[in-house]
Design a protein around this ligand. Structure first.
Ligand SMILES: Nc1ncnc2c1ncn2[C@@H]1O[C@H](COP(=O)(O)OP(=O)(O)OP(=O)(O)O)[C@@H](O)[C@H]1O
Ligand SMILES: [Mg+2]
Length: 285
């Protein structure tokens, strides 16, 4: 057997999503320049980084919501720019950071929009569509709000309605930009646990932006730390979440300890006043 045929018997590894030399810009302002990133199938990838570093821009670029200035994004090895819109929407769902619903739209109407890629001119609404909408409403605990207008909901309820819409799309890859912002702690954990379940039990690939670094370390298989439009480091939370990273990327002085529940890295910020307070407590004592 010659070398060529020996190699061809191995199937080449293809990431679920891949950015190759991807540059994204708003007008003439380049935000990400020639960025390379592989998102692995069946894993949870969490993007972290300070405000304005380019997390949302990257997520939008991966979902084809922005046209690259340079480079390409590949979905399962195929250039996403060349795939039909519905084919992409059947495989990849995105929850943007600040989505806006048309005035008066009800929760059910919004969640039903997630079914759009699965419809066609000869079949407008199927039993499968109805079941997926019901499932998404149940998973996000939004059933009681089914007929409420989106603009009458609290920030957290609204956020869950949008997550339900993304789930109703029933894609094997989900990109979520700060899915837990606006949620109380109980609902944050519920949504993160739900995403982890979808990953473990149904093999869905999850990519999300989180600001809570301790939650990021708990839920991520792969952590991607972004600084000023570049990938500073990438790997398992245990491998890359260091005090040096927190100082370089976020400009904060932190201690890292093992999370007593999950064992994952836990970041304890050392604020400027922490020492003063503890000294003050000692003085009082
Ligand atoms: N629509 C836009 N037009 C022009 N500049 C933009 C636009 N959206 C974002 N930017 C700029 O691009 C840069 C990256 O923004 P991006 O929204 O990707 O940051 P981010 O990491 O998601 O921040 P945050 O944590 O605040 O959500 C910022 O400097 C921002 O001001
Ligand atoms: Mg953002």
């Amino acid at each position: 057997m010659d070398l060529h045929s020996a190699n061809s018997s191995y199937s080449e590894y293809v990431p679920r999503l891949e950015a190759r030399k991807l540059s994204l810009a708003y007008d003439c302002t380049i935000i990400l320049e020639r960025l390379n990133l592989a998102i692995h199938a069946d894993r949870i990838t969490v993007l972290v980084g300070p405000n304005g570093c380019g997390k949302s821009t990257l997520l939008r670029g991966l979902a084809r919501l922005m046209k690259p200035n340079h480079g390409q994004v590949y979905l399962d090895g195929r250039a996403i720019a060349k795939l039909p819109t519905k084919a992409v929407a059947k495989r990849l769902g995105i929850l943007p950071q600040s989505p806006v619903a048309p005035e008066g739209l009800t929760v059910k109407d919004l969640v039903a929009q997630g079914r759009y890629p699965h419809q066609n001119w000869f079949q407008q609404w199927s039993i499968e569509d109805e079941q997926q909408v019901e499932r998404a409403l149940a998973l996000t605990e939004m059933r009681e709000f089914t007929h409420r207008p989106i603009d009458s909901l609290s920030g957290g309820q609204r956020q869950r309605a949008w997550i339900a819409m993304t789930l109703a799309q029933n894609t094997n890859t989900l990109l979520l930009d700060e899915p837990t912002t606006f949620l109380d702690l109980a609902h944050q954990i519920e949504i993160l646990d739900l995403l982890q379940e979808l990953n473990y039990q149904e093999g869905r690939t999850i990519v999300m932006v989180l600001h809570d670094l301790n939650q990021a370390c708990r839920y991520a298989d792969d952590l991607v730390a972004i600084k000023q439009g570049h990938i500073y480091n990438q790997g398992s939370p245990e491998a890359i979440m260091t005090e040096a990273l927190l100082a370089d990327v976020f400009g904060i002085n932190c201690k890292i300890m093992a999370d007593p529940v999950a064992g994952t890295p836990m970041c304890i910020p050392i604020g400027k006043t922490t020492k003063i307070k503890s000294e003050a407590a000692q003085d009082v004592g």
